[in-house]
Design a protein around this ligand. Structure first.
Ligand code: SAM
Length: 229
C-alpha cells in the first residue's frame, strides 16, 4: 500500500510515523508513505501563495485550486499504474468507520488531501476527489490528523503488519462489536481479581465469556452497532 499525503504542514507527520507499528510496516516494505508540500505547486513562485479570499464574502481564507490541482496531478503521476484513490479529509465527508477502513485497505494506493483554512475550492472536489472522509462530527484546524488516522487504521489491516500478539481480529468493530475487557498480570490489582474464567485455562469458556462481554458492552454503549450487525 502506498500513501501519498498532500499537506501544507509536512513536518506534522515526522513524529507520527516514526514509531511502532507504522515504522515497522514501512521498514518491512509493506507500506510506503510519501509526504508532499502543496506549497511546492503554487504558481506564485515569489510568495508561494496557496490561499485566497472566498467568493461570496465569507470570513476566512480558502485553499486555491491551482496548487491543489498541481499537487494531485503530480501524485497521480507518481502512482501511475496503481490506480490511486484521491481522498479529501473533510468534516462534510462520510464518517470513517471500520468498514470503510477495510475497503481502503484493499486499494493499492491512496492520495490523502489535507485541507486547511476554511477548506478547499469546490472545483477540486468536483474534478479531482474520489472520496470525502470525516473522522468525526467536530472541526479540526487541518486534515493532517484525520490523514494520520486513516494511515494508521488502514496500515493495521495490511497483511503481515500485525503479528498474532496484536491481531486486528480481536479489536473493536472487527466483527461489528466493541471489544471485551482485557486483563494482564498481576492476578489481583488494588483488590480487584482477574475474572476466574480467564485463568481457568478452559479455551471454549474463555471464548464464550469474551463474546458475552462484547455483546453486553456493545448493547450498553453502542446499540446502533448491534442493530447494524
Ligand atoms: N469550513 C470547513 C467546514 O465547516 O466543513 C472546515 C474547515 S477545517 C477548519 C480545515 C480543514 O481541516 C478541512 O478542509 C479538512 O481538511 C480538515 N478537517 C477538519 N475537521 C475534520 C474532520 N472532522 N474530518 C476530516 N477532516 C477535517
Amino acid at each position: 500500500m502506498i500513501f501519498d499525503i498532500l499537506t501544507l504542514f509536512p513536518a506534522m507527520f515526522e513524529g507520527a510515523f516514526s514509531d511502532s507499528i507504522i515504522k515497522r510496516a514501512v521498514e518491512k516494505g509493506l507500506v510506503s508513505i510519501g509526504i508532499h508540500n502543496i506549497r511546492d505547486y503554487s504558481d506564485d513562485l515569489r510568495h508561494q501563495t496557496v490561499d485566497d479570499y472566498p467568493y461570496g464574502g465569507d470570513a476566512g481564507m480558502l485553499m486555491k485550486p491551482e496548487p491543489l490541482a498541481g499537487a494531485i496531478t503530480a501524485a497521480k503521476e507518481r502512482l501511475a499504474g496503481s490506480d490511486p484513490v484521491v481522498v479529501y479529509m473533510t468534516p462534510a465527508g462520510r464518517l470513517l468507520d471500520q468498514d470503510i477502513v477495510k475497503e481502503l485497505a484493499e486499494k493499492k494506493s491512496l492520495i490523502l488531501l489535507c485541507g486547511r483554512y476554511k477548506g478547499i475550492d469546490q472545483r477540486i472536489v468536483d474534478n479531482y476527489v474520489d472520496m470525502e472522509l470525516s473522522i468525526g462530527d467536530y472541526v479540526l484546524s487541518g486534515g493532517e490528523i484525520p490523514a494520520m488516522a486513516v494511515v494508521d487504521a488502514v496500515t493495521r489491516l495490511i497483511p503481515g503488519v500485525l503479528g498474532n500478539m496484536d491481531s486486528a481480529e480481536t479489536d473493536s468493530f472487527h466483527s461489528g462489536l466493541l471489544s471485551h475487557p482485557h486483563y494482564t498480570r498481576p492476578e489481583i490489582f488494588e483488590g480487584i481479581r482477574v475474572p476466574e474464567v480467564l485463568i481457568s485455562g478452559h479455551h471454549a469458556n474463555i471464548k464464550e465469556w469474551q463474546k458475552e462481554k462484547s455483546i453486553e458492552i456493545t448493547r450498553e454503549r453502542r446499540p446502533d452497532l448491534l442493530k447494524k450487525r
